[in-house]
Design a binder for this molecule. Sequence first.
Ligand code: ADE
Length: 258
Amino acid sequence: MRLDVVSIFPEYLAPLRLSLIGRAVEKGRIDLGVHDLRDWTHDRHRTVDDTPYGGGAGMVMKPEPWAEALTALLAEPAAAGTDATGAEPAAPAERPVLIVPSPAGTPFTQAAAAELAGREHLVFACGRYEGIDQRVVDWARDRAEVRLYSIGDYVLNGGEVAALVMTEAIARLIPGIIGNPESLTEESHEDGLLEYPVYTKPADWRGHPVPEILLSGNHAAIARWRRDERLRRTAAVRPDLLAGLDPDTLDALDWAVL
Ligand code: ADE
């Protein structure tokens, strides 16, 4: 995957060089570019913002630097014309996805992360101030699949932290990036339920014992207990998730818990 992030604070994206994504970048599984929007300005002050038409508080990001940045980045073919071995010509590149983090976007979900993990080229446009001139988003639709995503119902100072959140959720789902892919299958949000509680040694810690069933060696009973815990937890803290489940995916034992 090719991953480009544009920001006026490229240092904010330093964590992309660490840990799981950092290793994937080092191994060449993710081709990462972090770009300073000001590199596409041409005035002495490297200006990226201006006052809003119609008045109001705050500043708006000017369209010109964004258009230049996105023209450069969206035109770049993701796979550089070769497959992983560098030998075979690659299939024609698909349309890049331009992701604009915004509190006004659609909610970013695990399903969105999974779908984006299969794409060839993602470009994150991190706005600051009151946001990016709307015409940039409209104009970019000819060049990319444009998506506005919110990571939650609160307001951040800019899109950088939201881009870090989304890239982490996406990158860990790229095949071959997580060492043990089985750890992905029973996670919260994979099937609409939250995950079950987990325990490790010692079996008794400060008078708090591990649930006995987990020491029983009875795999079927443990699996049933874990499913019950997932259902109970989800019903307690996220009834909205339960409401979204397909009732056909619930068996009689599930209904007994609910
Ligand atoms: N930028 C500012 N707030 C945001 C949010 N909640 N989600 C995504 N991008 C944002």
